[in-house]
Design a protein around this ligand. Structure first.
Ligand SMILES: [Zn+2]
Length: 423
């Protein structure tokens, strides 16, 4: 009896345990385990597809190589293609086809050739060349034969906003922000009327640029357009400039009050963006301004372009003792500017030549009595040398009447565009 009872007890216990294990297993499996399992497998799936995607891209990249070719002076297209690794047979087929569209004898470095080669087979897959600014010729391999296709390039205008904080120089800040050199050079030129980029720039000065970009179908940048808006916070002072084309069709940059930034003379007659000196370097005696010096020095890398700070007539172009290679421009009966220690003169700069404001007249050097590459710049007022940086030049014109009204509308439009780009 005891044994039986025990037996029954064990039997109950055994079944209860079995049911419990089964229940626990079922519950865990159904809720927690399964849930985890599902998430896990989804992750695995995503990782897998991601891998497949990158493998696919990688394979494409591995399979094809894109090269830009430039026809060097005295070099034929055949040689250029051959140097790029295009097979002789392909060269023959391609030049035959090209000659139907282009005069191959007149091919020069204005023609930009781009080729796509198949890495595995070493064969040319596609060749593209611009026949003029907007049309290009695409030659591609199809069923082992080359076919030509004339394509008119469509460029799309895109407005872009860039801003940055200056830590050492405007150029470095721009580089960090991936702003193309030509854009920042233009920005520096515009502000060159008001800001001396060697002496006035302070650490943590802020700049903002809104400008147009032209991109092709692939979204690749083809050319930069105009700067529409330029802003600088310099030494706590804010300057906002808006591009505006007046009724006569003349474009200029105006402040919010309708006053033009442009003056008869620039404060920075040099590619301001390239002034490389850091803030500490400005304390160096040769770079600073002092009364005895009677000029302003801009330290910049050798070869940096120098601009005519105002329009006028070239008066002197010659080696002038301690000044080294020297240029002097007469702007009007009152103002003249001089540029010294140049490395060289720009083409066409000779006595009597007419120059426009902003035109490149020479390049930074260290000729004459000079301790390093820099531009020595002088402003002569009625024949007397004056501190160019403290000179009070008559300010630019102010928009009036209907020009002013149109400017206000255009300014609001730019501000709206700007706030859309920020958000
Ligand atoms: Zn000097």
């Amino acid at each position: 009896m005891i044994f039986n009872l025990r037996n029954t007890y064990f039997r109950y216990a055994f079944f209860t345990l079995l049911i419990s294990i089964f229940l626990i297993f079922f519950l865990l499996n159904h809720s927690l385990f399964k849930k985890n399992k599902q998430v896990k497998s989804l992750n695995e799936f995503q990782i897998e597809t991601k891998n497949i995607h990158s493998i696919f891209i990688q394979q494409l990249k591995n399979r094809h190589v894109k090269k830009n070719l430039l026809i060097k002076k005295g070099q034929s297209l055949n040689t250029t293609l051959s140097n790029a690794g295009v097979l002789q047979r392909d060269i023959l087929d391609i030049t035959n086809l090209l000659s139907k569209y282009l005069n191959l004898k007149k091919i020069n470095n204005n023609h930009i050739f781009q080729i796509i080669m198949n890495k595995k087979t070493g064969k040319l897959e596609r060749l593209t060349v611009n026949t003029d600014n907007i049309t290009s010729l695409h030659i591609f391999r199809q069923d082992n034969k080359f076919t030509a296709n004339k394509i008119e390039k469509v460029l799309y205008k895109k407005t872009s906003l860039s801003e940055g904080i200056i830590k050492s120089s405007l150029f470095r800040a721009a580089q960090k922000d991936n702003i193309e050199a030509e854009v920042i050079v233009e920005f520096a030129r515009i502000f060159g009327f008001e800001i001396d980029f060697q002496r006035d720039i302070r650490k943590n000065d802020i700049f903002q640029i809104v400008y147009n970009k032209y991109v092709d179908d692939d979204g690749e940048l083809q050319k930069n357009g105009k700067i529409i808006y330029a802003y600088m916070k310099n030494k706590g002072r804010e300057i906002e400039l808006y591009r505006f084309v007046d009724q006569k069709g003349i474009a200029g940059y105006y402040q919010t009050n309708g006053k033009s930034i442009e003056k008869a003379l620039m404060k920075t007659p040099i590619n301001g963006a390239r002034l490389s000196s850091t803030f500490g370097m400005r304390k160096h005696p040769i770079l600073g301004y002092n009364k005895m010096h009677r000029g302003t020095d801009f330290a910049a890398p050798k070869g940096t372009p120098i601009m005519a700070s105002g329009s006028g007539t070239v008066e002197v172009v010659k080696w002038w003792g301690a000044y080294g290679k020297y240029i002097r421009i007469k702007h009007n009966t009152k103002y003249k500017t001089a540029y010294a220690h140049l490395n060289g003169y720009a083409r066409g700069i000779r006595p009597g030549a007419k120059v426009r404001q902003g035109q490149i007249i020479g390049y930074v050097g260290s000729t004459g009595r000079s301790t390093g590459p820099h531009l020595h710049y002088e402003v002569l007022v009625n024949g007397k040398r004056k501190n160019s940086q403290r000179l009070k030049l008559p300010s630019g014109r102010t928009l009036r009447g209907s020009d002013r009204e149109k400017f206000e509308i255009s300014r609001i439009k730019i501000d709206v565009m700007r706030s859309n780009l920020i958000n």
